[in-house]
Design a protein. Structure first.
Lengths: 326, 256
């Protein structure tokens, strides 16, 4: 086993360089990860949260050997991800969300059989292992159907089965519940929790706060390529202590009204989320200032739905952390 | 043993995946049949009636070559599009063992072209499938598929790094089947093409198949074809290891 940590990242940096144009080529550089340091203990379920483009997937790919860091170092199971690539690969599983990554014209069984060979699962164990995993992810009985006929949830479950074929010590889950319906997402969370309880170290990235809150032992919030906060869900929630949140459902809120809300005394942050025709306004304020009346006054004349004033959640803490970093 | 299993299972499953693509199958069957038809008319008008079987075989070998060429480039590009390239490169295996089954599978599915041109010739033009060395023909066809798969691996090593690999593939298709003498004897080509032809495994593979069809020493040509291909395999294996590392540095394994 060697190291006391399953994952160690030290000052990891990754810059993407691209060249565009032919006659007058222009070089562009994007710093996706800018010095990320953290450790994940063995058997820990560690969450990596952040907005789109924050550097979550790049961080995972640096740790699972798909990308080489521009600088810094990382070890998985005590093995260096650049120098001991094959040792690292033997110990890890990688599951990402979405429709891609499977052989669509083959059956689930063929996919699993192929990856079992690739990942060196001994021939005599393959049949039993594949049957076990099909059972675990609820695809038993459907394994001979072509993957192209699978729903998104089924594909996602097949991804997970594939990632677990060689019983990895460390599992990287990159937004596994993206696009999955709520029932399937709940089953997925249960599977992840079960895996963690059997000692598998899991690094999970997700957009869903409830998922992170329910599953993760510790969470790192990443934004703009840097870690902005790291702690248990309870510790992170405290980041929003001293705040109160007013939520207003509204229809057709102009930008000027949102700006006006931002300037109200006691208001720390505002956010607008479009949900079809509806807009959900979230106003963070100092806990001792009651801004609800002022908010409603600013929104006078706009059609409103539910209005709610509440204690901050982990999601609010996350918004506070990411907004502070912006 | 485990390596052989991986290569066999990988080749069969990739061949299955390719064979289930209606597009791939139509391309594999229609283009060589058109080329075979043209070749039959050319040979007929040249008064070379006795060489019609060679024309059918030659057009079939062109199909195998096209399948390997576009397969090696296209399959890797396809793996990228499907998001499977990262997943297979992430396996704790040498890159050569991951990519070789794909390139051999493209050679294997290329034999559909060979079968199609032979059946087409027999049914439409009544070409008698009378091979001078029938057993040697089958062995040569199998060796050709594996050999071209190995050659494809060397091409694949280049293609992994290039996001527009199909541009290179397009420029290689016709010159190689022309220089290799798949249809036109290399003796009628300019002298300067000789050295290029001599180092291409396609030249020796096509020659072995032609000799098995119309008579001649099949085995020496086949041995040279296999030797060059093994060299390609060795070079490809080294190149792939280097290329995989570069791809991880340049972030070209995924689409984004």
């Amino acid at each position: 086993m060697g190291s006391e940590y399953a994952i160690e990242a030290e000052d990891l940096r990754r810059t993407y360089r691209a060249r565009t144009g032919w006659l007058k080529p222009q070089r562009t550089e994007v710093e996706a990860v800018r010095g990320v340091t953290f450790t994940v203990g063995r058997g820990e379920l560690f969450g990596l949260l952040g907005p789109n483009g924050a550097g979550k997937t790049t961080t995972i790919k640096l740790l699972n050997t798909l990308l080489i860091p521009t600088s810094g170092s990382a070890r998985v199971g005590g093995h260096d991800v650049v120098r001991e690539t094959r040792e690292v690969r033997r110990r890890i599983g990688y599951v990402f969300g979405g429709d891609r990554g499977l052989y669509d014209r083959l059956s689930a069984l063929d996919n699993l059989r192929y990856f079992a060979e690739l990942y060196g699962v001994p021939a005599r164990e393959q049949k039993r292992r594949i049957a076990e995993l099909l059972d675990l992810v609820g695809l038993a009985g459907r394994e001979r159907e072509r993957v192209e006929g699978y729903s998104r949830g089924m594909r996602q479950r097949l991804h997970i089965a594939r990632g677990l074929l060689h019983t990895p010590e460390v599992l990287f889950l990159d937004e596994p519940s993206i696009g999955v319906d709520p029932v399937a997402a709940r089953e997925l969370r249960r599977t992840v929790a079960d895996l963690a309880s059997t000692g598998t170290t899991i690094l999970l990235t997700t957009h869903y706060m409830a998922e992170a809150d329910e599953l993760c032992d510790r969470i790192a919030v990443i934004s703009d390529g840097r870690l902005q906060a790291l702690g248990t869900p309870t510790e992170l929630r405290r980041r929003a202590d001293g705040r109160r949140v007013v939520e207003v459902e509204a229809y057709g809120v102009p930008e000027s009204a949102v700006d006006a809300l931002r300037d109200l005394p006691g208001v720390r942050e505002t956010a607008v989320e479009a949900r079809g025709a509806l807009q959900l306004l979230t106003v963070h304020s100092d806990a001792h200032v009651d801004v609800q009346g002022d908010v409603l006054r600013e929104l006078a004349g706009i059609r409103l739905g539910r209005v709610d004033s509440r204690e901050p959640t982990l999601e609010d803490a996350y918004v506070a952390i990411v907004s502070a970093a912006a | 043993m485990s390596t052989l299993r991986l290569l066999t299972v990988g080749t069969l499953l990739h061949a299955k995946q390719i064979s289930r693509s209606p597009f791939e199958i139509v391309i594999a069957l229609v283009v060589p049949v058109v080329q075979a038809t043209l070749a039959v008319y050319l040979f007929r008008s040249g008064g070379e009636q006795h060489r019609l079987l060679e024309a059918a075989v030659g057009a079939g070998v062109m199909g195998v070559w096209s399948s390997v060429l576009f397969g090696s480039g296209g399959a890797i590009q396809n793996q990228r599009w499907q998001g499977t390239l990262e997943m297979i490169m992430l396996a704790p295996r040498r890159p050569v063992l991951v990519v070789l089954p794909i390139t051999i599978a493209t050679g294997l599915t290329g034999t559909y072209a060979l079968l199609a041109t032979l059946i087409w010739g027999r049914l439409l033009y009544g070409i008698r499938l009378h091979f001078a060395h029938p057993v040697a023909f089958v062995v040569a066809a199998v060796v050709c598929v594996v050999a071209l798969g190995m050659f494809g691996l060397l091409l694949a090593a280049t293609f992994v790094l290039m996001r527009n690999a199909n541009a290179l593939a397009n420029t290689l298709e016709y010159p190689v089947w022309l220089v290799s003498g798949m249809l036109v004897p290399i003796t009628v080509l300019p002298v300067w093409t000789g050295p290029i032809a001599a180092v291409l495994p396609t030249t020796w593979g096509a020659r072995a198949l032609r000799e098995a069809t119309s008579g001649g020493p099949v085995w020496p040509s086949l041995a040279v074809c296999l030797a060059i291909s093994l060299l390609c395999l060795a070079l490809g294996a080294v190149a792939l290891t280097h290329v995989e590392r570069r791809a991880r540095a340049a972030a070209t394994l995924a689409l984004a």
